[in-house]
Write a protein that binds this ligand. Structure first.
Ligand SMILES: [Ca+2]
Ligand SMILES: [Ca+2]
Ligand SMILES: [Ca+2]
Length: 875
């Protein structure tokens, strides 16, 4: 026990009972200092949603190390294994219990899980009103999962037998007939059985009635025992790299009533108080900018009255540079927040913050700290995500040329990555027929390897925007479309961003030419290669699928195989996507002119055709009352901040109707604006102006960026008319200082909010650029602070970025199985877990909602970063 804890103990001994029992709190979870037991505050979703976020969860000394408590059908469930639907949740304060009803529809199987606080432990009991269905006997069990990165190398004892959690999965498995495998989501299969008709099932590491985990690490120590059921410990990583350690008890056959009872006691360290999380900008600060650290404190912690900024001198010695008062901000979800303002320090140098006994890593104050913030993204992350190319860097090959066999027309299907092919193909191709020419250009979507057409359109637009706004001539990438070869850190005389525009356009033009319209996506046909981790070139066998061959058989000429691994093109026509593509093609033709005239011409041809066809199709669909394809989501109450009316009163209702009508008649206003940029045809600008003012009245924050984008095309009258909206927008920006201690919009969805934060950052940058007298320069640093370390949970930079002293170490990239990152990636950020927990794992990359970077998000970051550093550098 350190000195500080002793001190805190003395201060707080009267108010906090360290020896307290678990109590059901107002937020409906069991709590004692250091231990939170959540019971279905977060429930399972099924399918694409990673299922390591739900059920019974334990937040243990601030880290969510245990989750997945549920009746499950597998020893070590994977994503896409069936999950139970929660049919009821009852909180009984008098008895101190939370009871949930769980159901597997497919098996008509119901159970109840009752969690009861018993002293420092909880009792978890499974109740059955009807016995386990025959088909699931021996398969259904109660599971609880433990985070590998927090348990590996720590000890455990089962019934007194000593053991250690393995660093890597090396236990044993058996092969069982597929007929015994419980159904997976929608009948998909996560595995390729190689023709054996068998699946792999892990064997337990240990079996017994009482387990003590991590007695050697008090912050992770847990005791679990059961008198009526056998506990089996498994390693989920045997089947999937994102698997957790699983403790389970199989439900007994033929029994009803209380069938399994566990006692679970997560240890609480006496006197534990969470270490302060000192949020600051890991990239550093320019001398003139505001510098405010946000310090996240345990609610039981007593804030210090002052903090100190220490300077590290050239001789290695340190000195106090500034000592200042701590200002209270107040509570936000589960923690308490204070701030330390050291803006007055302007002298360039190396510094760190000393707050109580907590000392941060060092950071710079210097004019040039932001100069390199986009380099890793443009030089490394983006080229590595170039599809259909061989990508190399120094001695390392990132991937070979993927998908040489091309793409097949998708048959009618429902897809695991949220796509769908309807009953018709909307093309001249038959299901499974090869659509020629699609294996060219394009960017991998994210941690997966598909081409999301919508995202790729945004990517090309983002690159064009960056090119036209900032003209970056940076040339650090060698690209040969002829050789299908990319080499990092090798100039070839062409600005990289032009080559990225070309690469994205090549795939999208091919879609328009070959399919006749835009595909929804080019994606995997089978789930067992969708979760691929490794060289993208090995996802498929590179041979054309031939159903006349047996699976795994190769034709005599070596060109075809019976393995159905070819990627599919999902081709259901969406005229709104066609219009978005048309706009992008117009801009691409402009950007590529003079560099690749042939492609520029092809893009323009497709732009005109798709614009015409798309507009006609939308008219037809609207006439038929087909509202389902129309995207009016922004009109339907995009309520955000304080500036839009909460209830649609009569005036608002009228505005909404007029906006809908105008949008149908004139086309999307942002599209019109981009078309004006591409064609200089005044009619598009008029269409834009007829819509923007209503849009600003309806949803100011959402439409501010589009309004600002128009400024360069408009006259002074427009700029004056926009002024009062920018004034309102300033209030909206500053209102975030009251909403949360970090002063940026914070998202609470199952994908953390980085895109929203970046959009906000870009809009604030442009508001300052065009209206510096309204939105001051001080406002532009908000998003940079947040991204580079001033945020909840930890203070690491969300960007695997050049210049940050402490970037995050692991991301959900395609090298995630190596607990690594692809430099330049931007993490989604803080994933919110109900009811009050923010999380961003930095030792476990596998939760996409907090750690995955996307091609659209990362190219948006290039715009944010370029605009931001330009403004910073402008004196
Ligand atoms: Ca995807
Ligand atoms: Ca280049
Ligand atoms: Ca193939």
């Amino acid at each position: 026990m350190n000195k500080r804890i002793l001190l805190s103990l003395a201060v707080l001994a009267t108010t906090v009972g360290w020896a307290q029992d678990l109590k059901l709190n107002d937020l409906e979870y069991f709590e004692r200092q250091g231990v939170n037991v959540l019971v279905y505050s977060n429930s399972f979703n099924g399918g694409f949603n990673d299922e390591k976020n739900s059920g019974i969860e334990v937040i243990h000394h601030g880290v969510r190390t245990i989750q997945g408590g549920a009746v499950r059908l597998n020893n070590t469930p994977e994503q896409w294994d069936l999950v139970p639907t929660m049919t009821s949740r009852k909180v009984d304060r008098e008895k101190g219990t939370i009871e949930v009803g769980l159901r597997y529809d497919y098996y008509d199987f119901d159970s109840r899980v009752v969690v009861t606080a018993k002293g420092k432990a909880v009792e978890i009991a499974v109740w059955l009103d009807k016995p386990v269905p025959e088909k699931l006997a021996g398969e259904a069990g109660f599971n609880l999962e433990f985070l590998p990165s927090q348990y590996w190398l720590k000890t455990f004892t089962m019934d007194g037998r000593l053991n250690r959690f393995p660093r890597y999965a090396t236990s044993q498995t058996i092969a069982r007939p597929n007929s015994e495998k419980p159904r997976q989501f929608k009948g998909f299969k996560t595995y390729d059985d190689r023709g054996t008709d068998q699946f792999v099932d892990p064997l337990p590491l240990e079996t017994g009635h009482s387990i003590v985990m991590a007695a050697d690490a008090p912050e992770r120590m847990v005791r679990i025992s059961s008198d009526d059921a056998e506990l089996k410990l498994y390693d989920g990583r045997m089947l999937a790299q994102n698997g957790w350690f699983v403790l389970r008890s199989v439900l007994p056959k033929g029994k009803t009533g209380k069938v399994v009872t566990w006692t679970v006691e997560p240890h609480a360290i006496p006197g534990w108080i969470r270490e302060p999380n000192i949020g600051f900008c890991q990239v550093g600060y320019t001398p003139e900018q505001p510098k405010v650290a946000v310090i996240e404190l345990d609610k039981q912690d007593q804030p210090q009255t002052t903090a100190t900024l220490m300077r590290i001198k050239a001789d290695g010695s340190t000195e106090e540079a500034f000592k200042g008062d701590i200002q209270n901000w107040g509570p936000y979800f589960k923690y308490n927040y204070v701030k330390f303002d050291f803006s007055s320090v302007r002298e360039p140098g190396v510094y760190y913050i000393q707050y109580g006994h907590t000392k941060t890593n060092n950071f710079l104050i210097d004019e040039h700290v932001y100069d390199k913030i986009t380099d890793a993204t443009t030089d490394v992350w983006v080229p590595i995500h170039m599809n259909h190319m061989y990508v190399t860097e120094g001695y390392r090959t990132w991937h070979g040329e993927p998908f040489k066999e091309g793409y097949l027309q998708a048959p009618e299907s429902d897809h695991f990555d949220l796509h769908r092919q309807g009953t018709t193909t909307d093309t001249k191709y038959k299901p499974y027929e090869l659509i020629p020419g699609l294996n060219v250009g394009g960017f991998f979507d994210a941690g997966d390897f598909d081409i999301e057409t919508g995202s790729n359109i945004s990517v090309v637009q983002n690159f064009i925007r960056a090119w036209e706004l900032f003209k970056p001539m940076r040339d650090e990438t060698f690209v040969s479309q002829k050789q299908r070869y990319v080499d990092l850190h090798r100039p070839d005389g062409v600005p990289d961003i032009l080559q990225f525009i070309e690469h994205g356009t090549l795939n999208l033009v091919a879609q328009a030419e070959q399919i006749g319209h835009m595909a929804q996506t080019l994606s995997n046909s089978v789930l067992d290669n969708y979760h691929h981790l490794g060289d993208a070139a090995s996802i498929t066998d590179g041979l054309h699928y031939d159903p006349s061959l047996k699976p795994y058989e190769v034709s005599a000429d070596g060109k075809r195989s019976g393995t159905p691994d070819d990627m599919w093109a999902f081709t259901t026509r969406n005229p709104y996507l066609d219009l978005r593509a048309a706009t992008m093609f117009a801009a691409a033709s402009r950007a590529l002119r003079g560099y690749n005239d042939d492609l520029a011409e092809r893009a323009l041809t497709q732009s005109k055709r798709l614009m015409k066809e798309g507009t006609e199709l939308i008219k037809e669909l609207t006439a038929k009352g087909r509202q389902d394809v129309t995207d009016y989501s922004w009109l339907d109450g995009f309520e955000f901040g304080s500036n839009s009316a909460a209830k649609p009163d009569k005036k608002r209702q009228k505005l909404i109707e007029r906006s809908r009508r105008n949008s149908e008649l004139l086309g999307d206003m942002a599209t019109n604006l981009q078309l004006y940029g591409a064609t200089q045809d005044k009619q598009y600008l008029d269409n834009f102006e007829k819509q923007i003012w209503d849009a600003l009245e309806l949803a100011l924050p959402y439409n501010m960026q589009t309004a600002l984008d128009a400024v360069p095309y408009m006259d002074e009258t427009y700029k004056q008319k926009l002024r009062p909206y920018v004034e309102k927008y300033k209030d909206y920006i500053q209102n975030f200082d009251k909403q949360n201690p970090y002063g940026v919009p914070i998202g609470l969805g199952n994908w953390a909010g980085v895109n929203m934060v970046l959009n906000f950052g870009i809009a604030v940058n442009y508001a300052h650029l065009y209206y510096p007298d309204i939105v001051s320069k001080d406002e532009i640093y908000r998003v940079a602070n947040w991204l580079y370390g001033c945020h909840p949970y930890h203070n690491y930079s969300f960007v695997a970025v050049v210049g940050a002293a402490r970037p995050k170490q692991v991301f959900y990239g395609n090298n995630r199985a190596d607990f690594s990152a692809i430099p330049g990636n931007v993490a989604p950020g803080l994933l919110f877990r109900k009811p009050d927990h923010f999380e961003n794992f930095d030792d476990w990359p596998f939760l996409w909602g907090q750690n995955e970077g996307t091609i659209a998000g990362n190219t948006q970051y290039i715009i944010f970063g370029s605009a931001f550093k330009n403004l910073v550098q402008k004196q």
